[in-house]
Design a protein around this ligand. Structure first.
Ligand code: EPZ
Length: 420
């Protein structure tokens, strides 16, 4: 297995290219199932999650051409509507083929995604919505078996779900009649999917509001689309700047995608300045200060940036209460941070109290999930001495060439091979 070997306390300076959003490219790749014409996506990073989803889509008969920073997807010869456990168990986002397969082919058999390290990740909201649109849904042998011609209906989500919003929209665009979705997720990645569907000919009103109206159409056509910048990767480099008192020009990203994270870091004196399509982050005069964090749906503080900020707060003067309100088990990186010297009191499984310390010390730590793993990398960038971050396959799921990008900014980091 691979690990990162990091020697901390190097100031990060320079520019870095921000990737297209992992959490946008995944649903948009699934949306390519909705048309028999080519869908061309640019601003793509070859994350392991993208590779897993590509293999699933190809198993259904989709043809995918992977060019440098571009994917061309063709679903004119779909031969199967069975999404196997082999793929869905590796990457939960694969479950999102359910909506487009059902919407276009009126049948689908998709493996349940199962839980993951951060939570049980149920899909009840997805299935309730599909049943309300007339689908015949059976859940047996670990698979969702769905069939039927969908009809528009009024859907009320009792809680916000990014995935259930993606899936319901993608099942509604080709259904008969009109579907009104109340309380959809507003994440930028949902907006990006909606923008792609409109480019493909979908009739959707209320984009960016809490009431989406989808008028079903007969057919959708192909399109080309540049994936929205990855706001969590942007937050990652902003946190890295804060932790090393560095200055980074993040290319091809936008402050408006990460206002809640920027507001939190501004309390520590980190300066943000949008410069055209690039975002300048200056932490050269920052003084890390305790900041309360409560994760919630967009535009609130994103749960995917919680682990990134807990590493910053570990070195921020004062006490910071961090509440994780989206997932039930998203503090697995905390015990590893404590081994680096962080003072953290676990109050409940969804809240911790962090007391800032003067410094962290390098040691060997282990990633348990994607964002928790990156949180440990960030802590290692600030820590005294050498840190080995193990099981970085978690990180490869969501970051492309992370060590190259950090090295180019002045970090002392390398990927090493370990036997375990
Ligand atoms: C997406 O997951 C993202 N994944 C997650 O990013 C992100 O943390 C999450 O949205 C919240 O923003 C991708 O886009 C691939 P949800 P998703 O449905 O859609 C509960 C990362 O690190 N819920 O919005 O699965 C659920 O258990 C990943 O990039 C139900 O109860 O998240 C959770 O507590 C991690 N029933 C909450 O809602 C359902 O039917 C939010 O989940 C669906 C969800």
């Amino acid at each position: 297995m691979y690990a990162y070997k990091i020697t901390g306390q190097k100031k990060l300076q320079g520019s870095v290219e921000i990737q297209g959003a992992k959490n946008a490219v995944l649903p948009i790749m699934a949306a390519a199932l909705l048309t028999d014409e080519p869908v061309e996506l640019t601003n793509i990073s070859y994350l392991s999650d993208v590779k897993v989803l590509s293999r699933l889509l190809e198993s259904l008969g989709m043809k995918i051409e992977a060019l440098p920073n571009k994917l061309i997807l063709r679903a004119d010869t779909i031969s199967s509507t069975h999404a196997d456990y082999e793929f869905v168990s590796k990457m939960r986002g694969s479950f999102w083929v359910l909506g487009p397969l059902l919407g276009r082919f009126h049948e689908a058999e998709v493996s349940l995604p199962g839980g993951c390290a951060i939570g049980t990740r149920p899909v009840d909201l997805y299935l309730v919505a599909l049943r309300e649109m007339g689908a015949d849904i059976k859940v047996e042998n670990g698979y969702v078996k769905a069939k039927g011609r969908l009809r528009g209906n009024e859907i009320f989500f009792p809680r916000v779900s990014v995935g259930a919003t993606h899936n319901t929209i993608m099942s509604a665009v080709l259904s008969e009649g009109t579907t009104v979705i109340h309380n959809p997720a507003l994440e930028p990645e949902v907006i990006d999917l909606l923008n792609v569907l409109v480019k493909m000919g979908a009739k959707i009103e209320g984009i960016g509001t809490k009431v989406l109206t989808v008028h079903g159409v007969e057919k959708l056509h192909g399109c080309t689309h540049k994936i929205v910048p990855d706001r969590i990767e942007s937050a990652t480099f902003a946190a890295a700047a804060a932790l090393t008192h560095g200055q980074i020009l993040m290319k091809n990203t936008n402050l408006n995608l990460m206002n809640a994270v920027a507001d939190a870091l501004r309390i520590s004196g980190v300066v943000f300045e949008q410069r055209g399509s690039d975002l300048w982050v200056d932490a050269s005069k920052a003084s890390l200060t305790a900041t309360p964090i409560t994760t919630c749906e967009y535009p609130g503080f994103p749960t995917d940036a919680q682990a990134l900020l807990t590493s910053v707060l570990a070195l921020s003067k004062g006490e910071s209460l961090v509440e994780e309100r989206i997932f039930e088990n998203r503090f697995m990186h905390i015990p590893e941070l404590q081994r680096m010297g962080a003072q953290v009191k676990i109050l409940t499984n969804q809240s911790v109290l962090i007391t800032g310390v003067e410094s962290l010390s390098g040691t060997t730590v282990m990633s348990s999930d994607l964002r928790g793993g990156v949180g440990l990398v960030l802590a290692a960038l600030a820590a005294k001495g050498e840190t080995i971050v193990k099981r970085i396959y978690h990180i490869d799921r969501g970051y492309f060439q992370l060590e190259e990008k950090l090295k180019a900014l002045g970090a002392d980091i390398e990927r090493i091979h370990l036997d375990d």
